[in-house]
Design a protein around this ligand. Structure first.
Ligand SMILES: [Zn+2]
Length: 415
């Protein structure tokens, strides 16, 4: 048995510290005091060894595969250099509250067996928690991640988690993270692009997003149908992105819809909108639910080949009434129809019939309100009769869409 610890540290180099000898039994271990997998009896001894290492001013703090005992140790409040805790095991509660990580803080594949308290900690550079496991309560309340990346991908949170008032200045990554209990994102700042794709909320009704700006947060393939959204702000997406002044017509949407967020997966996007729609419907918030319904229909339409995006019933449905969500559009179309039909009638009868636009407009209105045989002198040509018939069909269509949109707006029980 080697008398020096062979555990792998940063960049794979061996630890090389003297093997730990249990003072009670006198039996030597094959690992140093930091890497012993059994509970060390001498907590003071562990702290002394830790203090000696911290005061040695290493270029980077290397805690690879350290096993921190349940008690009897503490860290300084400031880490002036990079701190690497990869594969470390914290046997008991951890307190990093108020700690300042001046440079990179790496907690990749760390096991936190007790509570993990990072309350009001400050990460001035990268904060990596990739694939770590938190087996008890986790507290990042008031913590701040300033620059660099913040990565919680593949993390497993077994207990309640709070990110209350936490600030992710440059965004945060939670893809494939698993939250098994309550999660608190109240007043959390998502300052940059943040990602919850494939994240799993085992108890979604105990997950709270409140007071957040979610305009740069992706929820692709994440089960958000029952999570709580209160006072959150979604991304404003133009309903008619290429229509000049109509670009100001904005609906609620998610960042995944923007081409700048990479290749858009329209099926996933439609699913996200479906879940949000369900969520908001359940909470009687019909206006936002309507926006997410439009988002879903738009995603499905844009998933088709280019020409079918426009040469389709869906596009006509959008043009006519924004998929049944707008009562303004069919109203405008009705007005346009009633104003343009007299012009068509005038063109059909030609200059032989001496009637004005005003006369034709009233004639058309009367024909519509009081169905009768058109005036033989002016409106009875084949073209004009066809025009009137077409108008009547369109009017019935637009009135139906108008009523449908109004029904959706005022109905309170179901969609
Ligand atoms: Zn060692």
């Amino acid at each position: 048995m080697s008398s020096f610890c062979q555990e792998r540290m940063l960049l794979g180099r061996p630890c090389g510290r003297p093997a730990y000898v249990d003072p009670a039994s006198g039996l030597p271990s094959d690992k140093c005091i930091f890497h012993c997998y059994k509970e060390t009896g001498g907590f003071t001894e562990f702290q002394n060894a830790l203090d000696a290492y911290l005061s040695s001013n290493p270029k980077d703090y290397d805690f690879h595969r350290f096993v921190f005992p349940c008690r009897g140790w503490k860290f300084p409040s400031v880490f002036p250099e990079c701190a690497y805790f990869n594969y470390a095991v914290f046997k008991g509660d951890v307190y990093f509250g108020l700690t300042r990580f001046q440079k990179k803080a790496v907690f990749t594949e760390v096991t936190f067996e007790g509570r993990a308290n990072f309350c009001t900690a400050k990460f001035n550079w990268d904060g990596f928690f990739l694939n770590s496991e938190f087996r008890s309560l986790v507290d990042f309340a008031g913590a701040e991640f300033c620059l660099g990346q913040t990565d919680f991908r593949f993390c497993k949170f077994r207990g309640d988690v709070t990110f209350f008032d936490c600030k992710f200045q440059k965004g945060v990554a939670f893809p494939f993270a698993r939250f098994e209990k309550a999660v608190d994102f109240r007043d959390t700042l998502f300052g940059g692009n943040s990602d919850f794709s494939e994240a799993v909320f085992a108890e979604p009704e105990r997950v709270t997003f409140s007071g957040n700006n979610l305009s740069h947060v992706s929820f692709a393939r994440c089960n958000i149908a029952k999570t709580i959204f209160q006072r959150v702000e979604w991304l404003g997406i133009p309903v008619w992105p290429k229509a000049g002044i109509l670009r100001r017509w904005i609906r609620n949407g998610v960042v995944d819809e923007l081409p700048s967020s990479g290749q858009v997966n329209h099926e996933d996007l439609a699913q996200t909108y479906r879940r949000l729609q369900h969520n908001y419907m359940e909470n009687y918030r019909y206006s936002e639910a309507g926006d997410f319904f439009v988002g879903e229909r738009e995603s499905l339409r844009r998933g088709k080949v280019k020409w079918r995006q426009y040469a389709s019933i869906d596009f006509l449905y959008k043009l006519a009434s924004l998929y049944g969500e707008s009562y303004t559009l069919p109203f405008v179309w009705l007005a346009v129809l009633l104003l343009l039909t007299p012009l068509a009638l005038l063109a059909a009868v030609g200059s032989d019939c001496n009637v004005t636009y005003w006369h034709a407009f009233l004639e058309n209105l009367e024909l519509f309100i009081f169905p009768r045989i058109p005036d033989a002198s002016c409106a009875a040509t084949a073209v004009s009769r066809l025009t009137i018939c077409t108008e009547k069909v369109l009017v019935v269509l637009f009135v139906s869409l108008l009523l449908l949109a109004l029904r959706r707006k005022f109905k309170r029980k179901s969609f």
